[in-house]
Design a protein around this ligand. Structure first.
Ligand code: UDP
Ligand code: MG
Length: 329
């Protein structure tokens, strides 16, 4: 079999509207490059007929393969499945909504040919809401201080990885995955270039504010235990100030005699300290939760169907209607 030069991994969740256009644009671009390629679509439990669209694409072109999940497992799981499926010597990760312009693929491949293991396309934030831009900027500044790995603002999952980088990423077994950090953690020669932010071609983003915040917290907690360290530091500072304050009260009591009032100070101290304790408990809880999660060792996703199983089914088994009738019983 001819060796595959480029694999493109595309996670899709409810992208039926746009996946056809995306596919046409991407194939045109890949044909121009002239390397043997494959496109690995991952249907992340879509409910809008994305799986059917992918099935059609796979039938129409031998370069198309897909995996379909039994339900929505999230983009991280979809990326992982795509990386596992891929067989190319270079793997490109792209969104299906045309926010990652297919015409940048040839530039990525060019840089890869020059010997880089990771080529990252960073988007600028033109056209994005002011609040969201400001929050993201602040977040990345915070993350840079907190994290052991470097994560760049605007550098998302649009990137090319060489086979050895993919293998390194796949060797990381953790169940709560934060890909941006994992890519940076594996290292290798990395190069990045910036492109203009593009709006979604159709459909809508699946990242509400809540989901973005959760993603942000995941990012910080997956890579180090510095929040715990911060809790220890806060605790020590508080202890120190409490000791100084106590000494002051004792000296005052010795000099002036004992005064009973002090309700306000007491309340303030209790409220502040319990607040801090709860927050710290929350941080510890997050880590314990993660340990629990890892300890269960569940798979990252459950596959309902892949292009391989689908074509086998077509060849060997009962007509589709009776197969569905059987599963209903
Ligand atoms: N996606 C996915 N599973 C999810 C959410 C998103 O596979 O649970 C895919 C989605 O189909 C798209 C990519 O991840 O191809 C980026 O999602 P989206 O465009 O919603 O995110 P945004 O561009 O707004 O960050
Ligand atoms: Mg998008």
């Amino acid at each position: 079999m001819q060796e595959i030069g480029i694999s493109v991994v595309v996670p899709c969740y409810d992208e039926a509207e746009v996946v056809g256009t995306f596919h046409a644009a991407l194939t045109a671009e890949l044909e121009l490059i002239g390397e043997p390629y494959e496109i690995c679509y991952v249907d992340d439990g879509s409910r809008d007929g994305t799986a059917e669209r992918l099935r059609e694409l796979a039938v129409s072109a031998p370069q198309v393969r897909y995996t379909s999940f039994s339900r929505n497992f999230g983009k991280e799981a979809a990326l992982l499945a795509g990386l596992r499926m891929s067989r190319g010597t270079a793997v490109i990760l792209m969104d299906a909504d045309l926010q990652h312009p297919p015409n940048l693929v040839h530039r990525m491949v060019e840089l890869y040919r020059r010997g880089y293991d990771q080529v990252v396309a960073r988007r600028d934030r033109v056209g994005e809401g002011i609040v969201r831009t400001a929050v993201s900027r602040a977040y990345y500044r915070l993350v840079r201080r907190f994290m052991d790995v470097e994560v760049m603002d605007g550098a998302g999952d649009f990137r090319l990885l060489s086979r050895r980088a993919v293998d390194a990423v796949l060797s990381l077994q953790e169940s709560k995955r934060f890909s941006k950090g994992l890519f940076s953690w594996v290292g290798f020669e990395t190069v990045s270039f910036t492109y203009h932010n593009v709006c979604r071609a159709a459909g809508r983003s699946k990242w509400g504010n809540r989901r973005l915040i959760d993603y942000g917290i995941d990012g910080i907690l997956s890579f180090n235990s510095r929040p715990l360290r911060l809790a220890i530091h806060t605790g020590m500072w508080l202890l120190l100030s409490a000791l100084i304050y106590t000494a002051w009260i004792v000296i005052r009591a010795v000099v002036n005699g004992v005064e009973t009032p002090g309700y306000a100070t007491l309340m303030a101290a209790i409220v502040a300290l319990s607040g801090i304790q709860l927050a710290v408990l929350g941080v510890i809880g997050e880590y314990v939760g993660r340990i629990y999660h890892e300890a269960k060792r569940r798979p990252h996703y459950v596959v309902r169907e892949t292009s391989e199983t689908a074509s086998l089914q077509l060849r060997h088994t009962l007509p589709f209607t009776s197969a569905t009738a059987q599963t209903k019983q």
